[in-house]
Design a protein around this ligand. Structure first.
Ligand code: COA
Length: 177
């Protein structure tokens, strides 16, 4: 169910800590993500291990790994799901630079959206993206997300303000291959 053409989505493991720390320090990932303050390796491992609550309806955070050789390449999440409204928020990054622009992000988003609609019975999935993040906007549109509005100067990075575009996809709108 959580398997696509190129990737499989699985629970995060403490052994992912090293890769996650590396990804979270990559400027290409950091550029448009709302990131936390720096974390040590033991802090990340603890967060992924003993401190980690089970994945659940309102907090589903998964590793993206390649189907070909099970290499972990990123993280994808559906969070803050509201049962009354059947709505959740999507976050995604392909942290492993060599795998960016290889179709993995598109596949992972398609898999988690399908899971959200078919299994979690969501009615809609929302996300926020910086207008300057052309690659992400392209991927979201290609999959069926629609731009709905813009929050002005909502995101601050390196002393500069950026708008955030809100996008969403309703059930039945996911574009299959
Ligand atoms: C956004 C992201 C998840 C996409 O994953 P990915 O595996 O690199 O994406 P894919 O390879 O599936 O698709 C990339 C698409 O963007 C297109 N693209 C790449 N750079 C582009 C650009 N500058 N402008 C427009 N389109 C671009 C590619 O041509 C490709 O489209 P196509 O398949 O129609 O040819 C990934 O790039 C990433 O993690 N970026 C950093 C973190 C981030 O921005 N996360 C999203 C925050 S909202």
């Amino acid at each position: 169910m959580l398997t696509g053409k190129l990737v499989r989505l699985r629970a995060l493991e403490p052994s992912d800590a090293e890769a996650i720390q590396r990804w979270n320090e990559d400027p290409a990932v950091l550029q448009w993500m709302i990131n936390d303050y720096p974390e040590s390796l033991p802090q990340i491992a603890k967060r992924l291990g003993e401190d980690r609550p089970r994945n659940s309806y309102d907090k589903l955070i998964l590793a993206i790994e390649t189907l070909a050789d099970r290499t972990p390449i990123g993280v994808i999440a559906l969070t803050d799901a509201e049962p009354e409204n059947g709505r959740a928020e999507l976050d995604v990054y392909v942290g492993e630079a060599a795998y960016r622009n290889g179709g993995y992000g598109t596949d992972a988003i398609r898999v988690i959206c399908r899971y959200g609609f078919d299994q979690m019975r969501l009615h809609g999935i929302s996300l926020w993206v910086v207008p300057e993040n052309e690659a992400a906007r392209h991927v979201y549109k290609k999959l069926g997300f629609v731009e709905e509005g813009r929050e002005r100067e909502r995101f601050r990075r390196d002393g500069k303000w950026y708008d955030l575009i809100v996008m969403s996809m309703l059930e039945g709108e996911l574009v299959d291959e």
